[in-house]
Design a protein around this ligand. Structure first.
Ligand SMILES: [Zn+2]
Length: 410
């Protein structure tokens, strides 16, 4: 059959999403790269880039320039539009919340933190974080096309409920996605074409951090990426396999926090003792350093400040760092034996521990793991600021990446 004009247009439209994703993840910095990655003609790639530009999503350099680090003919440079639409990203953690506006490319445009105890009713903090986001949107004047939420709990799908919010007073099974969506409606936060207000999406914070690191950060190009981190309380883990999050049969995979790293250690809320969750989080660090966990500041910030100011001068801080590194290393060694990752990324306090004495941590992992000894898995610090927020933004951007024209123009 001869291709009709309509089918050509349809083909062009179906290339918009993949093209936007290539620019979004930095894999198509030029029109020539876009042409090669999409496997289309130069004319089609040019038309697709022009359409994304007319939607306000990307910019196309009007004059071709030499692409840095490449040989061959000059090509038009493509970039995320620095004044394009944004999404509202929200994160709730044991010490409060953070709201942010995030553009394409994982770029944080504006952010606002809130510190305090999280009330038992999720509607309260979700209302506060959305209000903070509404304030950011108002002062930025940018169009909002969606909203995503990161929570310190596994989130069951398709219900959107928080099923183990262990470090928050929330009820088990709290319908966080629906509550978030209601807060967005009350604050009149805009969404995609055809929506009166944005419909929210929600997921586990460490899963989102892993997704963000894989698309925009230290995890780019990894095929079996293991991410472990501790932000405020407890320890989370995530695995990205061939670009997709491995979430298990019901969203509960990679609950790494309950690996035993000290059989005689402190009791854990799971019923066991000496779990990674309670032996390597900021509270464990502050206590190991002999300090009182003050209520007024974030435990993560307090731990990081202790390490940056007193690691060299206070033996108690140095010993606490070594103790936590040894326990973390044991936990990671167990994961290396089971999962055989090709890269490990550490976030939050674990990242600080790696940066403080990476040699010790790598030695503990290698000494206690089969694959660690033979292959030495690269262990890297996370490279994105606020990676859970950037990951929450990825959730919100997904419908736009799937169908840019439909999401923006209807
Ligand atoms: Zn436990």
């Amino acid at each position: 059959m001869t291709p009709t004009r309509t089918s050509k247009l349809e083909r062009g439209r179906s290339a918009l999403g993949p093209a936007l994703e290539l620019v979004h993840t930095g894999r198509a910095p030029t029109r020539a790269a876009l042409t090669a990655e999409l496997g289309v003609t130069r004319a089609t790639a040019g038309a697709v880039a022009a359409e994304l530009e007319s939607l306000g999503l990307i910019t196309v350099d009007s004059r071709p320039g030499a692409a840095s680090g490449t040989q061959g003919r000059p090509s038009h440079r493509l970039a995320v539009n620095p004044r394009g639409p944004v999404v509202l990203a929200a994160q709730v953690h044991a010490d409060g919340f953070r709201a942010a506006l995030v553009g394409l490319g994982g770029r944080i445009v504006a952010t606002a933190p809130g510190c305090g105890t999280v009330a038992a009713d999720p509607a309260q903090i979700l209302g506060e974080v959305v209000e903070a986001g509404a304030g950011l949107l108002e002062s930025s004047g940018r169009r909002c096309v969606g909203a995503g939420l990161a929570v310190p709990s596994a989130v069951a799908e398709p219900e959107g409920t928080a099923i183990n919010p262990l470090h928050l007073a929330w009820e088990v099974g709290a319908p966080v996605r629906d509550i978030f969506t209601r807060a967005l409606a009350e604050a009149r936060i805009g969404g995609r074409a055809g929506e009166t207000t944005a419909s929210g999406c929600a997921a586990n914070d460490i899963n989102l951090a892993a997704l963000a690191e894989h698309r925009h950060g230290a995890g780019r190009g990894a095929e079996h990426l293991l991410v472990v981190g501790t932000g405020h309380r407890g320890v989370g883990g995530a695995l990205v396999l061939d670009g997709r999050l491995h979430t298990g049969s019901s969203g509960l995979a990679l609950e790494v926090g309950h690996l035993t790293v000290d059989p005689g250690g402190r009791p854990c809320h799971c019923g066991s003792r000496g779990c990674l969750d309670v032996e390597t989080d900021p509270l464990a660090f502050v206590e190991a350093a002999g300090r009182e966990p003050g209520p007024e500041v974030s435990l993560l910030e307090r731990s990081q400040e202790l390490i940056s100011t007193e690691y060299g001068s206070d033996p108690a801080v140095r010993t606490a760092v070594e103790t936590l590194i040894d326990r973390l290393g044991l936990g990671l060694a167990g994961l290396v034996n089971i999962l055989n990752p090709d890269r490990i990324i550490l976030g939050g306090l674990h990242r600080t521990l790696l940066e403080t004495d990476g040699e010790r941590l790598r030695a503990v992992i290698a000494d206690s793991s089969l694959w660690g000894r033979s292959g030495s898995v690269p262990v890297l610090p996370s490279s994105l600021a606020h990676n859970s927020l950037v990951g929450a933004a990825e959730l919100a951007w997904q419908p736009v990446l799937d169908d840019p024209l439909g999401a923006l123009n209807g």
